[in-house]
Design a protein around this ligand. Structure first.
Ligand SMILES: [Mn+2]
Length: 468
């Protein structure tokens, strides 16, 4: 590739010297000898001459040039140079770098498919913003490393029911500090409960230790919090060395170092930026954990995610083990629950688009929403209402196809005063102690649940239709 860069000073040269040099040969054309000397001193190939005169370009053998880049500050001169180039060579492609000020006049130009206008602000945002962010992140990593001396143990403390974002972030912190499982254990006052999260720590071989608040500082251990802030805990934590989190700041707390970025969709995004900034390529295991953390916290980049999450996702994706994530997301169902689902399906009745299923006792609560979700794939079904008995609690899970309102409202009205209920338009859940459910409805069965819910669902849809 042969480039011709037309500019008034060496600014463009400074920008292009590394980028373009790898891809081709760049020659510079500047208006005077002084600037030409400056560029030549730094190793650039350069000519000088009046940028508005035809003769200047005639010496340049324009037919060898693939791409001309024009950066002249005065808007009229910029346009004049582009026109002159086009007049001298029909085939040269031209990139015109414009600032906000001279951007408007160009709109009047007649259409030229080989002429492109690039806003300087956009270029800066695209290339330089990443660089600036890296510089910022490098500083943070240096600070984090300086917080912890060699000898002391570090407890990386997570929330009570650690989620993939927290777990992935904890692994990354350990990696950044060059530490191991023994000197830097991941701890919680609670435990991992969700089947997917259990699958994650099992498949990625991640150990999370349960400790008591009293043991947090045992033997002078240091404390680092990721994906959570000190006010989350009921008891004061004492000295906290580090907090990295993406949740909004809850209330004031003290920590030696805090990096809170509430605009981010996940804490794993922040740690991915740290790793990238200091040039650490994550292992497949770490990349998988971080990617899964971003994915779950942002609902696959849909909820509260921004450009930072997307670019962290892009960075991790080629390294992560995608097949393993699929396995984590589909934890094996217990055989008895599967059989209960099979029996329920075989006697399924659909009434006004509503499928109601009672599974009886189930081992795992998550089979209920999964089943409700599955109901929506049955022909003619708009609502899936799936219930089961989990440890003396009646759990009801509802899904609908979305254009109807509002699963959450109906569940609240029916069950909130005897248990807890709520949700959104398209998904909702109720949990009611068995004895209270029996007090109200007599028994737990498909019939009882159908009779309670069907009129409200049908009624709702009716109101919706009338409003439309
Ligand atoms: Mn999170």
């Amino acid at each position: 590739m042969q480039y011709l860069a037309i500019c008034e000073d060496d600014l463009l040269f400074q920008f292009m010297r590394n980028v373009a040099a790898e891809q081709g040969d760049v020659r510079y054309l500047v208006p005077n000898e002084k600037i030409a000397r400056r560029i030549r001193r730094q190793g650039g190939k350069v000519r000088h001459g009046d940028l508005n005169k035809e003769e200047t370009y005639k010496k340049l053998k324009l037919h060898h040039v693939d791409q001309a880049i024009v950066f002249v500050r005065d808007a009229d001169d910029q346009i004049a140079v582009c026109r002159l180039l086009r007049a001298l060579d029909k085939n040269v492609s031209i990139v015109s770098l414009i600032s906000e000020k001279n951007g408007k006049k160009e709109a009047k130009d007649s259409y030229d498919p080989l002429l492109r206008h690039l806003q300087l602000a956009d270029i800066f945002a695209e290339f330089c913003a990443v660089q600036l962010l890296d510089t910022l992140n490098i500083k943070k990593v240096e600070r984090i490393r300086s917080l912890f001396g060699e000898g002391k143990k570090i407890h990386i403390l997570l929330q009570h029911d650690p989620d993939p974002d927290a777990i992935g972030s904890a692994l990354a912190l350990r990696e950044l500090l060059g530490r191991n499982r023994a000197t830097t254990p991941i701890v919680t006052f609670g435990g991992v409960t969700r089947p997917e999260n259990l699958a994650m720590i099992h498949l990625l071989e991640i150990q999370i230790d349960r400790i008591t608040p009293g043991d947090l500082h045992k033997d002078g251990a240091r404390v680092a919090l990721v994906d959570v802030q000190p006010p989350y805990f009921e008891q004061p934590l004492g000295r906290v060395d580090l907090v990295v989190d993406h949740h909004p700041k809850r209330s004031n707390f003290k920590a030696r170092f805090a990096d809170l970025r509430s605009g981010y969709g996940s804490t794993a995004t922040i740690f991915t930026e740290y790793l990238r900034a200091v040039g650490m390529e994550p292992s497949q295991r770490l990349a998988t954990a971080l990617l899964y953390g971003i994915k779950t916290d942002t609902l696959f980049l849909e909820r509260g995610s921004n450009l930072a999450d997307l670019s962290a996702f892009n960075f991790l994706y080629p390294i992560a083990n995608k097949a393993m994530i699929t396995r984590i997301e589909r934890p094996a169902l217990p055989r008895e629950d599967l059989e209960a689902m099979g029996r329920a399906l075989s006697r399924l009745q659909v009434d006004n688009g509503v499928a109601v299923i009672y599974l009886g006792e189930v081992n795992r609560e998550d089979v209920l929403p999964q089943m409700a979700e599955f109901c929506l794939q049955i022909e003619g079904v708009d609502w899936g209402v799936v219930s089961g008995l989990v440890n003396d609690r009646v759990v009801i899970s509802v899904r609908n196809v979305g254009y109807v309102k509002s699963a959450g409202d109906i569940m609240k009205k029916l069950y909130d005063d005897i248990g807890s209920a709520g949700g959104h338009r398209a998904m909702a859940k109720a949990v009611v102690p068995l004895d209270r459910f029996k007090e109200r409805f007599g028994e737990v069965s498909e019939k009882v649940i159908r009779e309670a819910m069907l009129p409200m669902i049908v009624d709702r849809d009716q109101i919706e239709l009338e409003l439309r």
